[in-house]
Design a protein around this ligand. Structure first.
Ligand SMILES: Cc1cc2nc3c(=O)[nH]c(=O)nc-3n(C[C@H](O)[C@H](O)[C@H](O)COP(=O)(O)O)c2cc1C
Length: 358
């Protein structure tokens, strides 16, 4: 295949670079994958109302999140086990993100340690799963703080792991030599007739977590708290009341509750409910610069991308991730020019919901 010129072509090409087990783990969604598909379809449903005859000769794609500047309104979503795609795994992803001036969220289930991945001058957050073992959870948070991660991103949509049937069929587990590097003594089991990750979640993660546990988490961590996996306005309001500094509207890339609303469809109501008190980010299905523009028009401060980063990593390591980011950057830049938006502040809701009376 020729050199990929968009994220879909990377996805296509990545299939040649991944084992079947890794490809299935990366690409699958829960059960019938309705939400996985709908995350994309939601972007295709939204139509743009571009504004003409605006001077767009200079365009500004920079923004800030939790007070930290970014060259693009983009972060890399937390994704487990990136060494399945490339031996440099999360280290390559972090270097590509930092050199492009975008953010990165490191998964609890990374295959490199958070110390190896840390780049204290860039926007890096640590994504947390609360384990039954509180001491282990506390140690993760303390290490993240010690090496310079700027926020704890608590994922709340996974009290149990969603059912990804391809992983179940493959009895997903990590190949020899790879392990969940931040969890030292724990490992992803080989489970008969079952995804090893499903078994891990059932054995180690705490399904009893409630809002009250956010108080505990904040009592052990000076870092700002970001809540990832919110799909309802009332939950978003509670997250704010319990001290969250930002919210990520997400359905975990369609990997948890199949049938859940598409992230983009959930966004506007959450932005309205939060009413400017915290920053709202979103992920799920971002594959084009126009998708970023649509999410911002509906009130997101920034977006996260998931799977495309894994495709970039699989095809060409750090350079592949860098290329994925620059493709999105160029597409967003062109989309802004064509909608009459010299800066991100100009991307308003009228671009997606034109009220002809006004
Ligand atoms: C292979 C893979 C692993 C993931 N691992 C995690 C994880 O460890 N923690 C987490 O909060 N989200 C995880 N996610 C969800 C992503 O953070 C993100 O919500 C989702 O991938 C965004 O959708 P997209 O892939 O369509 O861009 C994972 C997603 C994928 C594809």
């Amino acid at each position: 295949m020729h050199h990929p010129i968009n994220l879909f072509e990377y996805e296509h090409l990545a299939k040649e670079h991944l084992s079947q087990m890794a490809l299935d783990y990366y690409s699958s969604g829960a059960w019938d994958e309705v939400t996985l598909r709908d995350n994309r379809a939601a972007f295709e449903r939204v139509k743009l109302h571009p504004r003409m005859l605006v001077d767009v000769s200079d365009r500004y794609l920079n923004t800030s999140i939790l007070g930290q500047s970014l060259k693009l309104p983009l972060l890399i979503a937390p994704m487990a086990f990136q060494c399945l795609a490339h031996p440099d795994g999360e280290v390559a992803t972090a270097l590509a993100a930092a050199s492009a001036g975008v953010g990165m969220v490191l998964s609890t289930l990374a295959t490199k340690t958070m110390e190896e991945v840390a780049l204290p001058n860039s926007l890096q957050w640590f994504q947390l799963y609360i384990h039954k073992d509180r001491g282990l959870t506390r140690a993760l948070v303390e290490r993240a703080n010690a090496v310079g991660y700027k926020a704890i991103c608590l994922t709340v949509d996974a009290p149990v792991l969603g059912r990804r049937e391809r992983d179940q069929r493959n009895q997903f587990t990590l190949p020899p030599g790879l392990h969940a590097a931040n969890l030292a003594t724990l490992n992803i089991p080989h489970a008969q007739g079952e995804s090893g990750l499903f078994t891990y979640f059932a054995q180690q993660l705490n399904p009893a977590i409630t809002w009250r546990d956010l108080e505990w988490l904040q009592s052990i961590s000076p870092l700002p708290l970001v809540i990832k996996g919110i799909l309802r306005g009332d939950d978003a309001v509670r997250a704010v009341e319990y001290g969250a500094k930002a919210i990520v509207v997400s359905n975990h890339g369609g990997r948890q509750l199949d049938g859940a609303i598409a992230s983009l469809d959930a966004l506007a109501a959450i932005v309205a409910a939060v009413d400017g008190r915290v920053e709202v980010l979103m992920d799920g299905g971002i594959r084009r610069g126009t998708d970023i523009l649509k999410a911002i028009a509906l009130g997101a401060k920034a977006v996260l991308i998931g799977r495309p980063v894994l495709w970039g990593l699989a095809v060409n390591g750090k350079a592949g991730v860098s290329h994925i980011i620059s493709l999105l950057q160029h597409e967003l830049d062109v989309a802004m020019a064509l909608t009459g938006c010299p800066s991100l502040e100009d991307i308003d809701s009228s671009l997606v919901q034109l009220d002809l009376k006004s």
